[in-house]
Structures are given as structure tokens and as C-alpha cells.
Design a protein around this ligand. Sequence first.
Ligand SMILES: Cc1cc2nc3c(=O)[nH]c(=O)nc-3n(C[C@H](O)[C@H](O)[C@H](O)COP(=O)(O)OP(=O)(O)OC[C@H]3O[C@@H](n4cnc5c(N)ncnc54)[C@H](O)[C@@H]3O)c2cc1C
Length: 446
Amino acid sequence: MLEFLWKSETRPWRVIVVGAGFAGLSAARELEKRRDVELTVLDRSNHHLFQPLLYQVATGGLNPSEIASPIRSLFRDSPRATVMLGSMTGIDRRKRTIQIDDSGSTLPYDYLIVAVGGRTSYFGHPEWESRAPGLKTLDDARNIRQGVLLAFERAEMEEDPEIRRRLMTVAVIGGGPTGVEMAGALAELRTHVLSREFKRIRPEDARVLLLEAGPRLLSGFPEKASATALSELGRLGVEVLLGETVEDIGTDSVRTNRRSLSAENVIWAAGVQGHPLGSLLEAPLDRAGRVKIAPELHLPHDERVFCLGDMTSLENRHGKPLPGVAPVAAQQGKHAARNIGRLIDGKRPKPFRYFDKGSMATIGRKSAVAVLPGGIVLSGWTAWLGWLAVHLAFLVDVQNRLVVMFRWAWAYLGWKWNVRLIDDVQHHPSPPATVMSSPTGAGLPG
Ligand SMILES: Cc1cc2nc3c(=O)[nH]c(=O)nc-3n(C[C@H](O)[C@H](O)[C@H](O)COP(=O)(O)OP(=O)(O)OC[C@H]3O[C@@H](n4cnc5c(N)ncnc54)[C@H](O)[C@@H]3O)c2cc1C
């Protein structure tokens, strides 16, 4: 009854979208079409980030700005959309307000969409984070790039072969799509890019390790795709270690159930968990801390608050959990916006159905695996071209699309990955005296 009375009002409906990732952005895009909605998009960062290409920033292939688009610019032509920079820190569902930052400022809503993504999970070992950075933000990608490039610089000046070997070892933990893509790109960086530029060390001898606890890579893909990924990574010289459960990560080593490995850089690509904000929504959480939502995508028993994307847990109609991937988030965003429209119009919201168009992972240049609906597996060139096309199409910014296309073509033709700034020179170690006094390289590693 109350809903009906509200519908008869002509007031604009205040809808807040928190998080302009894949889910939030697609919801906002749909909501901005409605004249009766006053839209606010709130994000703690000023850009929408295309996470699937983060690994290329981490390996020097792309600039951070090429996979990030200012949220404000995405809504510049939307008269009814306001963009705000800030973090949602709390909610009062009774008063229908959210808290922003720690300043105590609040924003009222009629409908709320919370889509703040997931967090890297260290499986109960938060202390590993400082040693093994995850790959979730641009800062993560820049830190990884910095760590890997600095290690090669230090190796160039190092005389002790054991230390040199450690400096030239990168261990990637987690054999899912991110780990596979990361390991493949690191192997190519080493073999085709750095090998031409260092004169004292042989970067092509650097070790790229990929550790996976399970019996195969890409466990969410069919076995044929896992086998292809394994052989393609082998071709690139990645040492894939299956059945290796990480038990400890030290300052320059990784201990697994089977061995201890010396590695200067360790990259964590193993787990995702819910966002801490999820626990403030007074809704049930799954074991990974993700919010269990209703099939219509709102919180159970609250049709005013929708929750989407990586921070949530929802099963498809066959009882299988939906994967934490961009298409799920984007489709949920559109669906949630339409359900809000239905509620405003006095209709019932509809349950969400995921339309699975397949999944893919690239394994270096000219190689990828793609799984199409129906379980058809493509690999090699065809899959790689498909991967390029899909990733370009998903970049939200036309300018970025063109720049990325140009960079890929340039890299393809000349193996030039030139986005290799080492920003933080503070961490650059002083070269040993012998190196400084030995311009001919005498006494240095060959
Ligand atoms: C390295 C990597 C590679 C990936 N590769 C692929 C791939 O190849 N294919 C694929 O389909 N998927 C891939 N994914 C997964 C995909 O990126 C996610 O499923 C998708 O981004 C989820 O979208 P989302 O909107 O839920 O969250 P996100 O895209 O993570 O967006 C969350 C947004 O919320 C904002 N936010 C966070 N906290 C707050 C707060 N308190 N207040 C306000 N704003 C906040 C963030 O700044 C961010 O903009 C990859 C993920 C990673 C990390």
C-alpha cells in the first residue's frame, strides 16, 4: 500500500550506487535512463578499473591510466547523475541512510545498490600480504612491477650467484586465470623484453614459478583447457608446480608441503573473499564472507537494498554458485537497476538469470584458452584473437581502447614493453663498490 502511494508521487527517487566497478557501473548506466531517478554514484577511488588487464600493468605492458577511466567523465553527459568520491563506511537501514568516510556525513536513499567488490584472501594468513602482494588495485600492480624490475636491476649488480638466482626468481601462487596470465606475461617479459637489455645477467635464465595447490591449473575450466594451459606455460618456460600447498611465506622464500623455494618476488593470485562492508549490512554471509542475496539481487527481507558482484554469493538455478567474474557483475548491475525500476513502478522484482557467454584466459602472446557455452574449448590463435576482441570491447573508454590496441600492436611487432618506470628510487639499493670501480665488468657475473 505504502509502495503504491509512493508511486503516485512525482518526486525523484534517490538511488545511490556504491562502487563503480563492473556491477555498479552497469547499474548506474541503466538507472540514468530513468527521468524519475536522482542518481548518486559513490566510489572510494575516482576511476573505474578494468581489473582483467591489471596483470599487464604489473608486467610493464600497459600504463595504469590505460585501464582506468575517471568515473566523473563517464557521467559527464548525465544530467541526473552526481558522482561522489568517498568510502561508504556504514548504513542505517531503518533511517535509509549511508555513512560516508569517517566524517559522520550521511546520504539518504530510497534505493541503494552496494557493489564494492571483493578482497584478496590469504586463507587466514594476513601476515603474508606484505610479502606476497595480491593483484586487485593499480597500486598492487605498480608495486609488483616495481618489485620485479628492481630485482633484475639488483641482480645485474650482484656477485653472489645464489643471491642472484633468488633475485631472478618470481613465484606466482594460484593457478587460476589471474595466476596463469601473470606467469605467462612474466615469462615473456623475461625472455623477450629484458633479455635484450641486460648485459651482465641473462634474464632468460630467470625462474618463473607457478604454484597451485590443486591437481590442475584453471580448475574452473574443462580439463582440456587446463592441459592446454599447462603445456603452453611449459613452452614459455614457466615451472608449474601442482599439488603445492603454501605453508609459509618468508622474507625471501616460500615453503610448501613439498619444498622450500627461494624467491625475491612472490605474487599472490590465490583467493578472493567478501568485502568487510558486507558484514555491516545485517545480512547472512557465506564462508568466504560474501553476502548471501535473494534471487532478485536485494538483501533478504529488504527490497530497498541491492547487493551485487564479487561481494555477494548467489547460486544459479542448478544450485551452482555464480563465479566472481566481470560478466556476472555487469549482468547483475543491469538486472538490479531494472528491478528497482519495477519496484518504483509498483511491480514485483524478477529473479536474476545469468547468461553465461563463456570464459577465457590468455597464456602469453598468440595463445589463450576459451570455453564457449556448451563446453566447447578453443585454444591457440583463435582463442587469443577472441580474447583480444573481448577485452578491447569491455574497456569502457574509447580512448583507452585505441591506446591499448596500439600498445598491443607495438608489443606484438617489436617486443617493446616500455611501461617500466621504477618510481620509488628510495628502495633502489646502493651498488657494491666493486661494481662502481669496475666499468669493464671484471669480476661480475657474465
Ligand atoms: C587481477 C584480476 C583479473 C581478473 N580477470 C578477469 C577476467 O579475465 N575475466 C573476468 O570476467 N573477470 C576477471 N576478474 C574478476 C572481475 O574483475 C570481477 O569479477 C569484477 O571486477 C567484479 O565487479 P564488482 O563490480 O563486483 O567489483 P569491482 O569491479 O571490484 O568494483 C568495486 C568498486 O567498489 C569500490 N569500492 C570499494 N570499497 C568501497 C567503499 N567502501 N565505498 C565506496 N566504493 C568502494 C572500488 O573502488 C571499486 O571501484 C579479474 C579480477 C582480478 C582482480
